[in-house]
Design a protein around this ligand. Sequence first.
Ligand code: PAF
Length: 281
Amino acid sequence: MLTTTNISKLKKEISKAKKNNLTIGFVPTMGYFHKGHLSLMRAAKKKCNFVVVSIFVNPLQFAPTEDLKKYPRDIKRDCLLAKKEGVDLVFIPQVKEMYPEGFATTVSINSTLTKTMCAVSRPTHFTGVVTVVAKLFNLVTPDFAFFGEKDYQQLLIIKKLVVDLNFPLKIISCPLIRDKDGLALSSRNKYLSPAERTKALSLYKSLLAAKEAILKGESNPEKIKKIMQEVLKPNTKIDYIKIGNPETLEDLKIIKKKVLIAVAAKVGTTRLIDNIVVKLS
Ligand code: PAF
């Protein structure tokens, strides 16, 4: 497995792979790998014969008050894990390699997708994500890029970026991975004390309670929100609950066919997100 911090080296390796007619799969990450990341690498490995993983804690997607400085990092362990998954190249740029002095361009998406859910409490977040992902797509030029459904809103936004700016690649969405007890895997789970981790389970429990009520016939989103609040309130500070259209993220007035249920909440100082999609037959 090759590793590089350097854009020219990355490009050289990519053009070698292209000359050899290899299909390039790309997994962009911020590192501190868990099983969710590894499942993306595995999916990439299955579909592609040259897999590139990037590890870059992107400052542009953190607000000044957020956890950029303390975001967990362990490059050595990450590289060992990526190697085990058969990754071909790990790109680990420094901030100045991605954003050299004078860097002044951002890519933002003006759509209902970027005006709801996480965008409300993190108004600059998705411009940061879209800008870095657009740069990485231009550098890696993958055939396929792999994103997890844990970041459901991010996934839809990246799909929109690819369509709107004609990136010649296909986005592959991969299922959210949970711990045995149901907690959605996230690098930020590292911040949780054992007591907070137990409280954090209420995110998934609230989604399950919502699902159960919907499957029993409840179709009023406000009633579903109340059910979720009862589970969440004793343990977390709710940021939002979304009962929405899984394609557009628009709020539903009545639940029918297919619904996205998503939640963001703080446990202590740690902000967590989770979601499920419920289908009615
Ligand atoms: O999902 C993430 O880890 C990040 O938002 C991404 C897509 C790697 C961009 O920095």
